[in-house]
Design a protein around this ligand. Structure first.
Ligand code: DOR
Length: 464
C-alpha cells in the first residue's frame, strides 16, 4: 500500500514537472473564493494543481465556454436504502442519480435494514459502495439506546459522517426520543450531531387525526409546527448542556427558524429544496401522497420564512433528503403511505431555477452546497475550487431550459415530484476528483467514488 502511494506520488511529480495533466477544464466562468473568474482548471492525481492551463497538456479537455464551473455539489442528506431496502434504491443507482444531477459527494443516512449502529454495519456499507458508487460518500451512524456509549468511538471511524438521531419516527426503526437516551447520546461524542427533530410523543398522540381523515392534506396538521418546534428546542437544550455542536436537519417552520437564529454559534441549519419549492395545500392537491414527507411540506408562510432564513444567513446547508419509496408504496391510502420523495438528482436543477428566478444568488447556492458542508463537517480537501483541493467540479449552464421528467430519474423508484416541471439552469457535466463521470445527461467511465475524509475522523497518515 505504502509502496503504491510512493509510486503514485512519483508519477504525479513527474507529470507535474512535464506539465501533463489528467484533465483541463477550459473557457468556463469559475466560481472561486475570489468570485467569478474566467480561468482554466488543471487537474492531476485527483487534485486541482493550477488555475491557468498555459503551458499544460492534458489527457482530457473539457470545454466549458458559456458554462459556470462550481465546486462539486455536496448533498449532506440522502437515503440510499442499501442494505435491506434495495427495491427502493441502492448505492449504485443513488449515486448515479447524484452525478447526473451534478452532485459529487453524499452523506447517506442510517435507517437502512439493518440500521447502521455498529462498526460492522458501517464497514458493510463501505464495502458495498466500493467500486459501485459514482460519487464520493460517507455514512451516518445511527444514535440509539443500544450504541450510545460507543458513539464517541464509532463517529470517528473512517467514512463516517457523524451521528444521526431520529427524535420522531419517520421511516424505519431508528428512534431515540427518551430524555435519558438522548442525553447519553449527546454526551458520547464531540462531532456535530445531526438530528431529525419531531416530537415522538406528540406525533403518537395526534396520529389519530390523520387516521380519521385519511386525507394527505392533513399531514402538516398531524405532524404540526409544535411537534417540530418542541423537539428542536429540546435537543438544542440538551446539546447546550453538553457543549455539543448540533445540525438540525430539514427545518420546516417559521417558528424553528426564529428560535434557531439565537443559537447559531453551535447549531447549524439545513433546509431542503422541497420545503423551498412546494407549499401546502396546493402540493397535496396536485401530488397527493407523492408530496408526503417528514417533516411535512407546510403552508406558504413557512416557505417564505425558510427563504428569509437563507437570505439572513441562518441556513448553513441544503440537503435533498432523497428518500425514495416505490410508486406502489406511495399509492397506499394515507397515512399508511410512507413519507419520502426522491431529490438527489433534482437538487441542483431546482435550486438553479430558484437562482434564475432571483430567489438566491449563485454565490449563496455554492455557499449552501459546497463551502457550507465543508465548513460544518470539516471535509478534507473539498468545498472550494482552489489549488490543492480535490478536483470535484459541477459544470452548469445557467440559461439551459429543460424539463424534469420521471424518465430522467436514475432512482430505482423512478419518479420525481417535479415531473413535467420546466427549469432554467441545468448540470452539464460532473467531475469527481478529476474524473469526468457525467456529461450531457450520460454517465462516463467507471464508478470512481471513494469515502469522504473528515478532519475529525481518524487521520490517515498518507493524507498530509
Ligand atoms: O419523509 C421522510 N422519509 N423523512 C425522513 O426523514 C426519512 C425518510 C425516509 O427514510 O423515507
Amino acid at each position: 500500500m505504502k509502496e503504491r502511494i510512493v509510486n503514485d506520488d512519483r508519477d504525479i511529480a513527474r507529470r507535474l514537472a512535464r506539465r501533463h495533466a489528467d484533465l483541463c477544464v477550459t473557457g468556463g466562468t469559475v466560481v472561486t473564493p475570489s468570485g467569478y473568474t474566467p480561468c482554466d482548471i488543471v487537474c492531476l492525481g485527483g487534485k486541482i494543481v493550477a488555475l491557468d492551463a498555459t503551458g499544460w497538456t492534458a489527457r482530457t479537455t473539457l470545454h466549458a465556454l458559456g458554462l459556470h464551473v462550481l465546486p462539486g455539489v455536496i448533498d449532506s442528506q440522502v437515503h440510499f436504502r442499501e442494505p435491506g431496502l434495495t427495491h427502493k434504491e441502492n448505492l449504485e443507482t443513488g449515486t448515479r442519480g447524484a452525478v447526473l444531477g451534478g452532485v459529487t459527494a453524499v452523506f447517506e443516512m442510517p435507517n437502512t435494514n439493518p440500521l447502521t449502529l455498529t462498526a460492522a454495519d458501517l464497514q458493510a456499507k463501505l464495502d458495498r459502495a466500493h467500486g459501485r458508487a459514482w460519487c464520493d460518500y460517507a455514512f451516518y451512524m445511527g444514535g440509539s439506546a443500544v450504541n450510545a456509549e460507543q458513539l464517541a468511538e464509532l463517529e470517528r471511524l473512517p467514512g463516517c459522517a457523524g451521528v444521526k438521531v431520529f427524535m420522531g419516527s419517520s421511516f424505519g426503526d431508528l428512534l431515540a426520543d427518551d430524555e435519558d437516551v438522548l442525553r447519553r447520546i449527546v454526551r458520547h461524542g464531540t462531532r456535530r450531531m445531526a438530528v431529525h427533530a419531531e416530537d415522538e410523543a406528540r406525533l403518537r398522540e395526534r396520529k389519530a387525526l390523520a387516521q380519521a381523515s385519511g386525507d394527505v392534506r392533513d399531514h402538516p396538521v398531524w405532524r404540526d409546527v409544535t411537534s417540530a418546534l418542541t423537539a428542536t428546542q429540546r435537543i438544542v437544550g440538551l446539546a447546550a448542556e453538553a457543549g455539543r455542536r448540533l445540525h438540525v436537519l430539514h427545518v420546516s417552520t417559521a417558528e424553528e427558524m426564529a428560535f434557531l437564529a439565537h443559537h447559531k454559534r453551535r447549531v447549524s441549519v439545513e433546509v431542503t429544496p422541497h420545503h423551498l419549492t412546494l407549499a401546502a395545500p396546493e402540493c397535496y392537491e396536485r401530488l397527493g401522497t407523492l408530496a408526503q414527507m417528514n417533516p411535512p411540506v407546510r403552508e406558504q408562510h413557512h416557505q417564505d420564512a425558510l427563504w428569509r432564513a437563507i437570505r439572513d444567513g441562518i441556513v448553513d446547508v441544503l440537503g435533498s433528503d432523497h428518500a425514495p419509496h416505490t410508486l406502489d408504496e406511495k399509492q397506499q391510502p394515507y397515512p399508511t403511505s410512507p413519507s419520502g420523495m426522491t431529490g438527489v438528482q433534482t437538487l441542483l436543477p431546482i435550486m438553479l431555477d430558484h437562482v434564475h428566478a432571483g430567489r438566491l444568488t449563485l454565490e449563496r447556492l455554492v455557499d449552501l452546497t459546497s463551502a457550507g458542508p465543508a465548513r460544518l463537517f470539516g471535509l478534507a480537501g473539498k468545498g472550494r475550487i482552489a489549488v490543492g483541493y480535490d478536483a470535484d467540479l459541477t459544470l452548469v449552464d445557467l440559461r439551459a431550459r429543460r424539463e424534469i421528467t420521471n424518465r430522467w430519474m436514475a432512482s430505482v423508484a423512478a419518479w420525481t415530484p417535479y415531473h413535467g416541471k420546466s427549469v432554467t439552469g441545468w448540470p452539464m457535466a460532473t467531475v469527481v476528483r478529476g474524473h469526468v463521470v457525467a456529461k450531457d445527461a450520460a454517465l462516463i467511465g467507471e464508478p470512481v467514488g471513494q469515502p469522504i475524509e473528515f478532519l475529525e475522523a481518524t487521520a490517515n497518515p498518507v493524507d498530509f
